[in-house]
Design a protein around this ligand. Sequence first.
Ligand SMILES: [Zn+2]
Length: 377
Amino acid sequence: MSINLERLASVFTTLCEIDSPSKQEGRVAAYLKSLFADMGAEVIEDDSADKTGSDCGNLFVRFPKGGLDREPVFFNCHMDTVLPAIGVKVKREGEIFTSAGDTVLGSDDKAGIAALIEVMRTLQEKNIPYGPVEYVFTTCEEIGLLGVKALDPTFIHAKIGYALDSSGINRVVVGAPAANRITAEIKGIAAHAGLSPEKGINAIHLAARAMARLKLGRLDPESTANIGLIEGGIASNIIPESVLVTGEVRSHAVKLLAEHTEHIRSIFQAEIDNWTDPDGVVAGRPSLDFRIIDDYPAMKLERGSAVIKRVETAAAALDRKLDYVVAGGGSDANIFNSYSTQCAILSTGMDKVHSTRETITLSDMALTAELIMAILT
Ligand SMILES: [Zn+2]
């Protein structure tokens, strides 16, 4: 059942060196379309580009029957990479891959894609029977899961699947938090800071008073909150008329996510409501426009679920023990789990991702490929 290591290394290098920052996945998509068509698969590109702003859609790859009667599964990887991602040059020393140092490597998520390609090539070449399988490649994962959010889940026939998109090896991510993005826009009244400060309402000051009362960071074992961006003001001699504060709340518990989000809203609102005009000369009151954007839902997979049992059986056949872990962030899998599919996240061996020190080894990629193959066979 052994895979072709050098072929895996070569496909991985080719994929990494096709630049694909978010919204510019088109060249990788074109490469995959022709490669999978040559392997006899049906490849569908959806029309999500209209919604995501990418130069291509999501890809759905359906392989001919492999002769084994199993529950159908899908595998997912995202085609985009984080920046800096232009002009990627792969460096290989022995079995260790890195970038040349000025870009990311792109093993997030191309290590997963390369493993999926090598698995199917091995199965076909050696005539190994396999169960029904689809591959789903998404765009714009790194900039808000835009591709997966825009896809039509009825394009996926399998009810269980695996996103290959996590660091480590032999790890399965079974849970991830839900997240709300929040924006608080406070409107005050502009006035000359030296001539008529009594007539102004300082929006930045109001926001600062509210923020000083917020609890941020780790709120409880399941939840976190952050304020990450403050935009407002024009000049030091103008009382600022408006400020936009952007932040987020994450929680593994839906109820806590709602409570913490409401707590933040109420603190901003109280600051606006409690504002007074001591001199009675301001022509108006401050106001708050507080928005909650439902970023992604939580995912939580039970140990006895079909998707976990399938990978557990595959690992046992390889004499491997898996670690089941909970993630701190959202990924495509959160969205797949909100559709009528169960999707666990499998590690691919990638390391130091989202940095120019990103690295992966060939043997870890091979371990990933062998686990995928065991799931299918
Ligand atoms: Zn990723």
